[in-house]
Design a protein around this ligand. Structure first.
Ligand code: ZN
Length: 134
């Protein structure tokens, strides 16, 4: 498995607009747009930082994963995403090493990237996302 970089930090917010007031107005990051991923009941907002991004996550439904996260923990860093060269190879390698996976097969996330999550039980508490961008 080859990790290329930290792709983005996924940060759960009550609303993208609220998050913008800090990340854009105060921190000075450019807002690169938002996208709704219906299947995951989330709207994402992107703020590029060098080769990485801050990705704000706003829930679109009360039963979505981000709504559940906010209910339990409140706003904050929800996941860390690593860009890998080949996500299928990475998942196969991790599975062979006994790592508990949330997604055994990649699905399509924001920006058309192939993404998969590892279980936080296997990562000392960090929700790790792998992503592959073409
Ligand atoms: Zn993500």
């Amino acid at each position: 498995m080859k990790i290329l970089k930290i792709d983005h930090l996924g940060i759960a917010v009550n609303s993208i607009d609220e998050g913008k007031t800090f990340w854009s107005d105060i921190m000075g990051l450019d807002f690169a747009g938002s996208e709704t991923v219906t299947e995951q009941k989330v709207t994402t907002g992107f703020f590029p930082v060098g080769a990485s991004e801050v990705e704000l996550l706003e829930s679109t439904a009360p039963d979505g994963p981000i709504a559940k996260y906010l209910g339990k923990k409140g706003p904050g860093i929800q996941h860390v995403a690593f860009q890998v060269e080949n996500i299928e190879d990475a998942l196969a390698e991790l599975k062979a090493k006994g790592v508990l996976l949330i997604d055994e097969k990649p699905r399509i996330g924001a920006g058309g990237a192939k993404i998969a999550f590892l279980h936080p039980k296997a990562t000392y508490g960090v929700l790790v996302e792998l992503c592959e961008r073409s």
